[in-house]
Design a protein around this ligand. Structure first.
Ligand code: SF4
Length: 439
């Protein structure tokens, strides 16, 4: 979601006449887009912020914008007093404060004035801030340095989350769930395809709830059907799904539509029912197993990824082992693992003591990591000698990198330019995290 926000903000800045620079020392504007989903991500954000301070001291005209979940939906005074060198604070997915600062603050440039006037002429409605129009318009144009090079783009369809899992900080930082209008999403997909994009990944904290907050926009299946018709687009993915909302209709839609890839990201978080209840996930371990079985039956060949948190407050060895056995039984393609860390303002912070020792969390994390490495290795070994279609994205260290429909990473050596091409390859080597192949 942050990557998508950054890309859109980059394109909004270009509308104001700014251009991308790869060197932070050359920048007139620095935007630090932050994540606080875990303590380690938050620490990283503070570290980066600290490294920006000397640049501001050296160049007082530099505009520093702190954006994202560290700021949250309300601008906290605490951050302002702790980081006085930050000029602008912006909540997640909201370019408004920076755009206003650049267009109305001291940094207002001639180009910015012209852009503002252009927007004002486009429609005479003074109630709409030019930044909003820029955001919507900018959202469908890639930043210049990415145009013609970007094969795959994240497209937010549901913003925020209203679920309130007890461990999660996201609802308090990204606000309540808001589904975007289907027309707007379709228009963006058409525009992205016209700019050479071949794959869109629809994003939502609970993407399969698309439309549940606003039934008039339709549901995810209907949205996928619309996007499947977009000319030039080769592949469509979506994440992250929630087991309670992944309907049979959605499974059938994925199975039926040729552009929708058979790869589902659907977190379990824990394999013990008491822990799941304390997390307020809204399903049991048995419900999850049934859902995975249904997905596998209705979407043949589908790969499935899950998320797991180890060391949730009160998690005993026995409860952890239920998660371990669940992962062992379900044989998932990917498991995104995390060690629990208390997030400020969450229900878990109020109700539970973070009582699993760090070393113990690490031990459990490593056990799952080792197990998943073995499982992923076995699943991927099944691809050896097989032919599979790969969409190639970029050349990395002399090899072309792409993904199979099931989202497996594939490397191919070729002198041909494969960027944006879907090609049939033969898999010649497999490991747990990637494969090698030849055209
Ligand atoms: S569903 Fe739960 S874990 Fe996911 S963003 Fe919403 S509150 Fe957080």
């Amino acid at each position: 979601m942050n990557a998508a926000d950054s890309q859109r903000l980059g394109s909004a800045l270009e509308h104001l006449g700014y251009e991308f620079t790869g060197k932070v020392e050359d920048a007139d504007v620095i935007v630090l887009n932050t994540c606080v989903v875990r303590q380690s991500a938050e620490d990283k954000a503070y570290g980066r912020l600290g490294s920006i301070k000397p640049l501001k001291t050296k160049n007082p005209g530099l505009v520093v914008n702190l954006m994202g979940c560290l700021v949250g939906i309300r601008e906290p005074e605490r951050l302002r007093s702790r980081y006085p060198f930050v000029d602008v604070f912006s909540p997640p997915s909201d370019p408004g404060p920076l755009i206003s600062y650049l267009t109305q603050g001291e940094a207002k440039s001639e180009e910015a004035r012209e852009t503002e006037e252009r927007f004002a002429e486009m429609d005479g409605d003074p109630s709409t801030h030019p930044a909003d129009k820029m955001w919507l318009t900018a959202g469908i144009i890639l930043p210049e340095h990415e145009r013609g090079k970007t094969v795959s783009v994240h497209l937010p369809v549901v913003l925020g989350c209203s679920h309130a899992c007890t461990f999660c900080i996201i609802p308090s930082r990204r606000g309540a769930e808001r589904s975007r209008p289907a027309d707007e999403i379709e228009a963006e997909a058409i525009s992205l395809a016209a700019q050479g994009v071949k794959e869109v990944t629809l994003l939502g904290q609970i993407v399969d709830r698309y439309g549940k907050d606003q039934p008039e926009v339709g549901n995810l299946s209907a949205l996928l059907r619309r996007l499947d018709k977009v000319e030039g687009l080769e592949r469509i993915r979506f994440l992250t799904s929630h087991p309670n909302y992944f309907s049979e209709d959605l499974m059938e839609t994925v199975a039926e539509l040729p552009k929708v890839m058979p790869h589902i990201e659907i977190p379990i978080q824990a394999g013990d029912d008491d822990i799941l209840r304390h997390m307020r996930r809204g399903y049991s371990e048995a419900d999850y197993r049934r859902k995975v079985a249904d997905i596998r039956e209705r979407i043949p060949g589908c790969s499935i990824a899950t998320d797991i948190i180890v060391g949730f407050p009160g998690e005993s060895e026995e409860q952890f082992m239920k998660t371990y056995h669940l992962l062992e039984d379900l044989h998932m393609d990917v498991a995104h693992l995390a060690r629990y860390s208390t997030r400020p303002g969450t229900v878990a912070e109020r109700l539970y003591q973070d009582d699993v020792a760090e070393e113990e969390k690490m031990r459990r994390f490593r056990m799952l990591e080792d197990l998943q490495e073995k499982i992923s290795g076995e699943i991927n070994a099944g691809y050896l000698g097989k032919k599979v279609e790969v969409l190639f994205e970029e050349k990395v260290k002399g090899r072309w990198r792409g993904r199979t429909p099931t989202n497996k990473l594939v490397f191919v050596e070729s002198e041909e330019s494969l960027r944006g091409e879907v090609r049939l390859v033969m898999v010649t080597w497999t490991g747990p995290w990637s494969m090698q192949a030849r055209l």
